[in-house]
Write a protein that binds this ligand. Structure first.
Ligand SMILES: Nc1ncnc2c1ncn2[C@@H]1O[C@H](COP(=O)(O)OP(=O)(O)OP(=O)(O)O)[C@@H](O)[C@H]1O
Ligand SMILES: [Mg+2]
Length: 181
């Protein structure tokens, strides 16, 4: 995956200026930077939700993501949220068990941290060329964070991944390389 000299402005606010990023096959990258610097914008460009004003891109087709917001179907149970599109129930169950989530529980009865883990499971249960995590562990306690990080590493092993975080320890733990934006 490659971005080269990407520029992006929203009206008269220039967010990205000549931003470049290479993620090699199987490479794990962390992106860090102050709030409002453009991390989510970079991810939105990679996922095709935003178009850059200029620059070159070479993007994979299959991308699986944990968005900055959960974007779950609140009226459905955890399992349905993961298996709505890809019906791999046994893999979903395996990941839920590792994350300590009851797959039959309705999302609208869950805590914030439980919902976050459902969003994480949905991402990891898909086979993709590139995995994207936008502050995926936000809101989790230290112990749950450590478990979730182990699960993320297990299911992204050998796969390309971009991990946005404000936590330097998470970045060092996950990534082969840290990019400052
Ligand atoms: N759709 C949009 N329309 C207008 N401005 C936007 C839009 N999306 C992002 N921005 C602006 O672009 C800048 C970068 O936003 P972005 O969400 O990429 O930041 P971020 O680095 O992810 O921040 P955070 O760490 O708070 O998540 C901000 O100033 C934001 O207001
Ligand atoms: Mg963001």
């Amino acid at each position: 995956m490659r971005l080269k000299n990407i520029c992006k402005s929203f009206k008269d606010v220039e967010v990205l200026k000549d931003f470049s990023l290479n993620v090699g096959e199987g490479e794990h990258i962390a992106i860090m930077g102050k709030s409002g610097k453009g991390k989510t914008t970079v991810l939105n460009i990679i996922m095709g939700f935003e178009q850059p004003d200029s620059g070159e891109m070479n993007l994979p087709k299959e991308i699986s993501a944990v968005f900055q917001e959960n974007r779950l179907c609140e009226d459905f149970c955890a399992s349905s949220n993961v298996c709505l599109l890809k019906k791999n129930k046994s893999l979903a169950k395996e990941i839920f068990d590792k994350l300590g989530i009851d797959s039959t529980q309705k999302v609208n009865t869950m805590s914030g941290g439980q919902k976050r883990r459902v969003a994480l499971a949905r991402c990891l249960a898909r086979n993709a060329e590139l995995y994207i995590f936008d502050e995926a562990l936000k809101g989790l306690d230290e112990k749950t964070k450590a478990v979730a990080m182990t699960v993320i590493k297990e299911y992204t092993d050998g796969k390309s991944a971009i991990f946005v975080t404000h936590d330097i320890n998470e970045a060092k733990d996950f990534a082969d390389r840290i990019v400052e934006i």
